[in-house]
Design a protein around this ligand. Structure first.
Ligand SMILES: [Zn+2]
Length: 396
């Protein structure tokens, strides 16, 4: 199988002007393309027709039941290729296959021990993907994307001091994945991938979103103007080490005390419950205790929600997003979510919250793989500069 970078041509800016809105769902017909781009209908047709002839996009003819002509729907051809997408987590990982139209073809949840290090973990991932591809009809992979629970440098693509992944610092995971699967690959932070996952099949108007992943660790991803915003370093949205005013001086992996991650993350809550004598192993068991009326567990979740809400209130006041999505294992706690909401509404200007949608993830448990695959497709279908974000292992 040819690697994707060789299979897909580099599209001209003129072609991308119609191809990108079709890929992202901003336009779904010739008429919508004309409205979205401001191009004339004849120019749209002149750019769309060669893409249909080349088999990059498909047009389906649906007749309106009332006899009128309904605009025919344009879409990327899904079977152009298959992206292996991986969402690596400390407690749970997900692998999946996503077609070039961004549709998930199948997925599995796995428990991987990230402390075994990158080589062992990626070997296991490759084996599991192989089995999944076979089970899904013998699909050949053409690309890969991985969401990682740690900061990924925008300059080098390498992990930077991930607090819960010993042995992974400075590892170019995308390059290792590319070697293991023999396809071009991309790596990004998991909260970033989940933020992008919210754009898949979503409301095309909600262009400004913040996704907070409240799991073992706390992180967030920012979508501005419909695009992932990573900042210069790649760490934009990483709120783990924001100092919480008035928090207990709990030491953090970064060397300081009282960071949001150290006082309000799932790991922090589990540790606090254990220190108080509760028999808990992870944040799910803390949430279960609270559901069963344990006052200590309920108090810990309420306090964590309030501290997280306080940090989010600053972000909402500053950024005024359309949507704030709360995901991760802590989002299963009603107490945690209610505390976030009340803190947000108490601390934000009414102008910042009057149209704010606080939502649960659109794709629970698969948002990470959908978002990672979307980032891969954005690069693969993008201009030359975007393609350079893909790691392509040296081939013999
Ligand atoms: Zn810290």
């Amino acid at each position: 199988m040819q690697p994707l970078s060789a299979a897909l041509p580099v599209f001209s800016p003129q072609t991308l002007a119609v191809l990108t809105p079709l890929r992202t769902g901003a336009a779904r017909s010739r008429a919508e393309l004309a409205a979205h781009t401001g191009l004339s209908p004849s120019t749209v047709t002149a750019r769309v027709d060669p893409l249909i002839a080349a088999g990059v996009i498909v047009e389906d003819g649906t007749d309106d039941s009332r006899g009128g002509r309904r605009p025919r729907r344009l879409a990327i051809r899904g079977d152009l290729g298959t992206v292996a997408s991986i969402d690596l987590g400390v407690e749970r990982s997900t692998i999946g296959l996503v077609d070039y139209a961004g549709t998930a073809l199948g997925h599995r949840h796995l428990a991987l021990d990230l402390t075994e290090g990158p080589d062992a973990v990626l070997r296991r991932v490759a084996r599991e993907l192989d089995a999944l591809a076979t089970a899904t009809g013998g699909l050949a992979l053409t690309g890969a994307a991985i969401a990682l629970p740690g900061p990924v440098s925008a300059q080098t693509g390498r992990l930077v001091a991930p607090s819960r992944m010993p042995g992974w610092h400075d590892v170019d995971v995308a390059a290792l994945l590319s070697t293991a699967l023999e396809v071009p690959a991309l790596a990004s932070n998991d909260a970033n991938c989940m933020a992008v996952g919210e754009l898949v099949g979503g409301d095309a108007e909600a262009l400004n979103q913040v996704f907070i992943k409240a799991g073992s660790g706390i992180g967030s991803g920012v979508v501005a103007g419909g695009q992932l915003y990573t900042g210069r370093s790649g760490a934009a949205g990483d709120i783990s080490h924001v100092t919480v005013p008035g928090a207990a001086p709990v030491p953090c992996s970064c060397g300081r005390v009282g960071c949001l991650d150290a006082v309000a993350s799932g790991s922090a809550l589990t540790r606090a419950a254990q220190e108080a004598g509760r028999d808990v192993t992870d944040v799910e068991t803390v949430i279960d205790l609270a559901r069963n009326g344990d006052a200590l567990a309920t108090g810990l979740l309420r306090e964590a929600g309030s501290m997280t809400g306080g940090v989010l209130a600053t972000i909402v006041n500053f950024f005024t997003p359309d949507r704030l999505v709360v995901g991760g294992s802590l989002s299963a706690s009603d107490v945690f979510i209610a505390a976030i909401r009340s803190k947000l509404w108490a601390d934000c200007l009414p102008m910042a919250t009057e149209n704010l949608e606080v939502a649960a993830p659109r794709h629970p448990r698969v948002g990470g793989i959908l978002g990672a695959a979307r980032l891969f497709l954005d690069a693969a279908f993008g201009p030359e500069a975007a393609r350079s974000a893909l790691r392509i292992a040296a081939r013999a």
